[in-house]
Each structure stands twice: as C-alpha cells, then as structure tokens.
Design a protein around this ligand. Structure first.
Ligand code: XMP
Length: 514
C-alpha cells in the first residue's frame, strides 16, 4: 500500500511491537524491521521517520547490535528509545557507560517544554525507566531535554538534524504522557499527516482484493475466531460469491458457537458468500474416544481438521486463492519482520497447506495488529460479540477437558462455560479480563444434593490477565460473582457438584489446562 510510513528498527527489546502499535494509534502506518536490515532497503522504503527500539545489550560491547552512522545522515527524523537512544549517542560520538544507579520503574522526569517532543507534556511527568547503562555524555550538536534525579540525560535532541533520543519507554502505558511524545515525533517532527485509519484500510483493501482476485475463486477456512471472521467479511465485501468459507464444527466449540457463526456468515446472515458448515462432531468424538494424553488429543484434532477440510476442498475443486487470517504479530513472531521473537514459528505463516489445490495465498490482514483487526471488523459490520471474542484455542474444548473427551463432558463444560461467561458479562468484567473460561477437571468427588449423595465432576474456572499470553496473572474477580457462578453451575449443570477457581499464574501454569 502506498502511504506514509514510519519504520521501527528492532534491537531485540521486549516492547517493540508496542512501539509500532502506539505509532499506529497516532494514525501513522508503521512496520518493524530487524537491525540487520540493510540501509539501502530502509532508504528504498522512503520512510517519513525511523524509530530505534530498546534491546537487552550494552551498545559499547563487542558484537552488540548496531547500525551504520549513515542512518543518521539521511535527513530522515530518527527517534532512539532506551538502547536505541544509547546507540544513537554511541555511534555519533557521545558516551554510554554503566550507570551508577540502575533505574527501573515509574520515575519522575523533568522535561524541557521547548522541545518539539514535549511541547504539550507536563514539566514533570512520570515515565517508565528500565536501564542499567546510561548516556553520560551526549554527542556533539545534542542538547539535553529531560533528566531525572538519577539520570542526567533522560532525553536529548539535535533539532537541526531531527535526531531525538529518549532513555525511557514512551510506548509503555506506565509512561503517563508517552503517547503524546510519540504523537509529537511522528506527526510534528516527521510531518506525517495521519492517514492510517481503519475505514480507509477497509476501502483500500477491498479494492486491492478485487484487483488481485479478478474473477478467480477464493477458499477460506473460517473458524469463527476474530481473524478469520474479519478476513471473511473483507473478502465477501470485495468479491461476494467468488468466496467460499468452510466452517468445520468439530464439536469442541463453545455453547451455541456454531450457530452464532452460521447466523452471521450463513445464508441468512449479512454477508454475500458461499458458506459451507461441516458438522463433524461425531467424527471427532469417535477419533478421540479413549485418548487421554494431551499432545495426542491435540494431534488428532489438528489432523482431523485437515482431513475434513481436504474433503470439502476436493468437492469444491481447484481454487485460485487460499485465504488466511494471518495478522501482523504472526508475521513478526515468525521472524519475517522484527528481531525480538524469532523463537516462535506460527501456524498461519510459512507452512502452506499442500492438501488444497490453489495457486496463490491471500492474506488481507497481514499488516494489522489485533486491535486494528477488531476495528476493521466493526467497520465491516461484524457483530461485536464476534469482534471482541476472546482467544479460543484451535483444539477448542478438547484441551479444556482433562482426560478423555466425550460428548457428555463437552456438554458439561459448554454449559458451565456459558454460565460463567454470562455472569462475567453481567458483572461488566467481560472487556477487562484477558481470557476466561471453564474447564472440566477429570476429578469426581462426593457431594450431597438435597438428601442424595452425589459423585460428580469438578469444574475449574480460569480467568487471567495478560499482555502477551507468554505470561499471565490470575484475574481478581469479586467473590460474590464467583459465588453466583458456582451456585448456578451446580444447580443448572447436571453432573457437576464442585467448582474451583484457578489462582495459578503463568509461569508456572499455562493458561489452558492441557
Ligand atoms: P497457554 O495454555 O500456552 O496458552 O498458556 C497461551 C494462549 O494460547 C492459546 N492456545 C492455543 N491457541 N492452538 C491455538 O490456536 C492451541 O493449540 C493453543 N493452545 C493454547 C490459549 O488459549 C492462550 O490464549
């Protein structure tokens, strides 16, 4: 897409995707590239600005990630953050060394309001610091524009060359006026006009899809999750019935989920497309009978999906495009973009399915962060309950039922989970908790109901808050809400006589149970 762009050069810090997200919140399009990206490539992208991220290294040590001095001589504004700030000084002749006092956490900072970065920022403002090195001497031509009690150079600028260095992390929400600072850089210093908006994205992408697809046929595996739903919405608006969506109901979805997906994308829904729902519940239950080992269950569920999808694809015949709901973090995390997380390969990227006869892949959401995907979904008129749906694992309830999966256990966990979600929504907590669900333990215990002894299952409730799903804390839910959920589950869900709330954080626990 031809538009104004800011480039984030990734030095391996943990907040790098956040930097790009915040820039996009300023309506400026932004992409992440590794510090290993050649300067010629950066120049060819013709960015309006460049941001250097934080990173775990010391820039003065041998072998530390660096960048050629030429970057600062392109006439393109550069903002260095934390490691990026230190590197800018180091490369341009300033001095960086181990700080006498390591700064970590929220820190009061005094800023020079005459700087373009801080014009509308309070004179003393709280910022997030996390560094053991510091800039002890700025490079020639630089002026100090912020300091803290322990850090003489919390920010510096070379106004003539449009170079800015910030020791703290404006991208982190703990920096109270961080978004203003990033806005000031990308909109005022770089002069971006702020054209990155989701309505424009939707409109442009629809045009691009039409041009690319022509009168070709497109096949999409629709899971009902946010990404594939928004991809389906976009493609449908662009090419209507040239799109076929295959939705596999594997019997491991949440209660009524299959019907909800069908009501939006099926023949009575609001989108023009071919919708194929495959009710494969019995096939899955048969395959899963007697299987208790988590990894084996996952494998069976994954393989069965491929088989079902393959059968449907064969019925449809050759297509021109296979669409996927890949989003930008998938691309970055697969090591195709940034530097920080090459550890994780993503199922949506790379391993193209070879069981479908298609010519090309189409990924209309490849440039979007999750919150942007949601905004695009709303633009397309996809209902809020789908757009704000919480993450749901591919293997579905199969990994929320400990031990063997049976139709009866699926019913129990679906009913308990539906009650839990209903009560969380009633309490107004549904948008503030990262992920929450009910799981079925494989434990049965003795209880008493009326005058009768029971020997039934225990349901576990899980609710976590997380930023990146790599770590998570259990969420604080008011005890009265938990009590209501417990009492409703025991009264309304046959086969359950005990309810637990899982307090475990991740690590050592995982979010899911298997
Ligand atoms: P864990 O359990 O690993 O979960 O702490 C982290 C996040 O990933 C989701 N998850 C999965 N998503 N296929 C998926 O598509 C899977 O096999 C899978 N396992 C876990 C989980 O719901 C959480 O959001």
């Amino acid at each position: 897409m031809n538009q104004e762009k800011v480039i984030v050069i990734d030095f391996g810090g943990q907040y790098n995707q956040l930097v790009a997200r915040r820039v996009r919140e300023c309506n400026v399009y932004c992409e992440i590239y590794s510090y290993k990206t050649d300067i010629e490539q950066i120049k060819a992208m013709n960015p309006k600005g460049i941001i250097l991220t934080g990173g775990p290294n010391s820039c003065y040590e041998e072998g530390a990630p660096t960048y050629t001095k030429e970057l600062f001589e392109l006439g393109i504004p550069v903002l260095g953050l934390c490691y990026g700030a230190q590197l800018m000084m180091h490369v341009l002749g300033g001095k960086v060394e181990k700080a006498p006092v390591r700064e970590y956490g929220k820190t009061e900072t005094f800023v020079d309001k005459s700087s373009a970065l801080f014009g509308d920022v309070s004179e003393n403002t709280i910022v997030w610091m996390s560094h053991f090195d510091y800039i002890s001497q700025v490079a020639g031509g630089f002026k100090i524009i912020a300091h803290t009690a322990d850090c003489p150079v919390a920010a510096a600028e070379n106004k003539d060359k449009n170079l800015y260095a910030i020791q703290f992390h404006p991208e982190v929400l703990h920096t109270q006026e961080g978004t203003k600072m990033l806005f000031n850089f990308v909109r005022n210093v770089c002069g971006c006009s702020g054209t990155w908006k989701m309505d424009a994205f939707v409109e442009n992408t629809i045009k691009e899809i039409r041009e690319k697809v022509g009168d070709g046929k497109v096949l999409l595996a629709l899971s009902g999750g946010v990404d594939s739903s928004v991809a389906a919405g976009l493609l449908s608006r662009a090419i209507g019935k040239q799109l076929t969506c295959v939705f596999v109901d594997h019997g491991l979805l949440r209660k009524n989920e299959g019907d909800e997906v069908e009501s939006v994308f099926g023949p009575n829904g609001q989108f023009d497309l071919n919708f194929i729902r495959v009710n494969a519940q019995d096939r899955y239950y048969e395959k899963l009978a007697g299987v208790t080992e988590p990894e084996k269950k996952r494998k069976i569920i994954g393989e069965e999906f491929i088989r079902v999808f393959e059968e449907e694809a064969k019925k449809i015949g050759a297509v021109d495009f296979l669409a996927q709901g890949t989003i930008y973090p998938d691309v970055v995390e697969s090591g195709l973009g940034g530097e920080s997380a090459v550890i994780k390969s993503h199922h949506n990227v790379g391993g193209l399915p070879d069981y479908v006869d298609f010519k090309e892949i189409i990924e209309p959401l490849r440039d979007l962060f999750k919150d942007e995907v949601r905004k695009a979904g709303l633009e397309l008129g996809i209902p809020e309950h789908l757009v704000f749906r919480q993450p749901f694992p591919g293997p579905g309830l199969g990994i929320r039922i400990i031990g063997e999966v049976t139709a009866e256990k699926v019913r129990i966990v679906q009913d308990a989970d539906a009650i839990y979600r209903e009560e969380i929504a009633k309490a107004g907590l549904d948008r503030s908790i990262g992920q929450y669900f009910a799981a079925l333990t494989n434990m049965r215990s003795v209880g008493v109901m009326g005058d009768e002894r029971t020997y039934d299952y225990a349901v576990a409730l899980r609710a976590v808050n997380t930023i990146d799903f790599m770590t998570a804390e259990s969420a604080e839910i008011p005890f009265s809400v938990l009590q209501t959920v417990m009492s409703r589950i025991i009264n309304e869900v046959r086969g359950v006589n005990r309810v637990f709330y899982d307090l475990t954080s991740k690590p050592p626990g995982t979010i899911e149970f298997e």
